[in-house]
Design a binder for this molecule. Structure first.
Ligand SMILES: Cc1cc2nc3c(=O)[nH]c(=O)nc-3n(C[C@H](O)[C@H](O)[C@H](O)COP(=O)(O)OP(=O)(O)OC[C@H]3O[C@@H](n4cnc5c(N)ncnc54)[C@H](O)[C@@H]3O)c2cc1C
Length: 431
């Protein structure tokens, strides 16, 4: 029997614990919050498919069908409104209900609430435990589910080769506020997302939830208070249902990049936001964190109690193949969308080089793929700006290169070939 210590009761860690129950391991989850205060008191969107995949009993969780998004770009002539038939719609799920459900179905796992990890304890090139506010905790494997700013990951020795500090531009700084709704009539579009809002490197949204308005204002990288205020003022001007009467608000950080090129070391793995597993364009990480939790459980069960770089390597490979390669491709696209001038993006949309179905794909966390025959038609529409068209072609080609590289990660562990792969990936994304 080995001792697995999961740090952070996020969705990834809770699925991992569930998958390990009854399989002969001693599993403990350390959580800095109380069990009652897990996750968030709001709704977020999640793929429908996770409900069956992770045996989630929706009767115990508040939820509703995801509303259709309408996208607004600066300088784009029209709003791009998606319309997904009900039977294909994903769901909006209450975050705390979901976490409570995932936690309460654990029968054998010990949950140590109010216990915050401070740093890793390492010996002879291996993580053997963690320092916490309640004292030192030791384990055969430490699973780091502490989110993007994980103290454990940040405290690892450099020679482990794991990215400790996530680049600020790869972090989405988010203000989320819930405001009282005015008496104004429902607008034509109730789920408005403002992409590159006011030209910023970020998005905002205003969602009419009938009894309140859900507002999000987010920025990749640093975000000033005045930029936040200006964005909110603009939301107020363009949403008659939004008032400035705040009910409650929160500030959070979400990673928006491909998964870490290396997320394992002797005695250590990173899971979920700590390993940057969100879809880079959307910041959605519930489904991928859960999937990674399940993958990790399978790798732990195969490792027979020995947690070395070699036995944990299949985790990196399976994550790369399951969703890492798609996320790497989307990361290329995201970088371009954030860096490109808003008027260039407007050109592609106004001239229908980028279409509604591409936005639909992006909203579902898929890559934008343009078939060769469509490329000709679309290229013709954008012919007045050949430089921009060439740039778009380069982005699409880089996207496919990143996807292939991640999908073709070396199958078996060999330090040299893995290092070569890692450097190739980092090179694609270097500024
Ligand atoms: C505003 C916002 C909107 C989002 N919208 C969506 C969405 O619509 N769809 C979607 O799929 N995803 C969304 N996400 C992202 C999603 O929340 C995360 O990707 C996902 O929850 C990551 O899961 P995780 O397993 O990494 O753990 P998390 O859910 O990040 O949980 C981490 C846990 O670790 C605990 N912890 C942290 N540090 C310590 C420590 N030092 N010691 C002990 N415990 C610690 C925390 O208290 C927490 O319980 C959103 C995130 C935010 C902030």
């Amino acid at each position: 029997m080995s001792k697995i210590v999961i740090v952070g009761a996020g969705v990834g860690g809770l699925i991992l614990a569930y998958e390990l129950e009854g399989k002969g391991h001693e599993v403990t989850i350390l959580e800095k919050n109380t069990k009652k205060g897990l996750s968030y008191d709001w709704y977020d969107d999640v793929e429908n498919s996770v409900i069956d995949e992770f045996k989630i009993d929706l009767s115990k969780i508040r939820h509703f069908l995801k509303q259709d998004w309408a996208f607004i770009f600066p300088e784009v002539e029209k709003i791009i409104a998606l319309s997904v038939p009900d039977e294909k719609k994903d769901i909006s799920i209450h975050r705390r209900d979901l976490s409570t459900f995932l936690m309460e179905r654990l029968k054998e796992t010990t949950i140590d609430e109010g216990n915050a990890a401070k740093e890793a304890i390492c010996k002879d090139g291996k993580v053997i435990g963690i320092k916490t506010n309640k004292g030192d905790v030791f384990g055969d494997l430490i699973v780091d589910c502490c989110g993007v700013d994980s103290f454990i990951r940040k405290s690892l020795p450099d020679e482990f080769g794991i990215t400790k500090e996530i680049d600020e531009d790869d972090i989405f700084n988010v203000y989320r506020g819930f405001y009282k709704r005015t008496d104004a009539e429902k607008e034509e579009f109730t789920n408005k997302a403002y992409l590159r809002h006011l030209g910023r490197k970020g998005i905002s949204w205003a969602l009419d939830k009938e009894d309140h308005i859900d507002v999000l204002i987010g920025n990749a990288g640093k975000f000033t208070k005045s930029a936040l205020d200006v964005s909110f003022e603009h939301l107020l001007e363009t949403n008659k249902t939004l008032s400035s009467d705040l009910i409650e608000s929160a500030v959070c950080r979400i990673p928006v990049r491909r998964p870490l090129e290396k997320m394992f070391a002797n005695g250590y793995v990173a899971l979920g936001d700590s390993a940057c597993m969100t879809i880079p364009m959307l910041g959605s990480g519930i489904a991928s964190s859960m999937r990674a939790g399940k993958i990790l459980a399978s790798v732990i069960l195969e490792a027979n109690g020995v947690y070395t770089e070699e036995t944990l390597y299949p985790y990196q490979v399976r994550v790369a193949k399951r969703f890492g390669s798609i996320h790497a491709a989307i990361d290329v696209l995201k970088r371009w969308l954030l860096e490109e001038k808003p008027e260039a993006i407007a050109f592609f949309i106004n001239r229908e080089v980028v279409l509604k179905e591409d936005m639909q794909a992006a909203a579902e966390g898929k890559t934008i793929e343009i078939k060769t025959k469509d490329l000709l038609t679309r290229g013709f529409r954008g012919i007045s700006k050949p430089g921009l068209m060439l740039k778009l072609a380069k982005v699409l080609s880089k996207q496919s290169k990143a996807q292939k590289l991640w999908f073709n990660i070396p199958k078996t562990y060999d330090a040299k070939s893995f290092e070569k792969w890692r450097k190739s990936s980092e090179k694609i994304f270097r500024k």
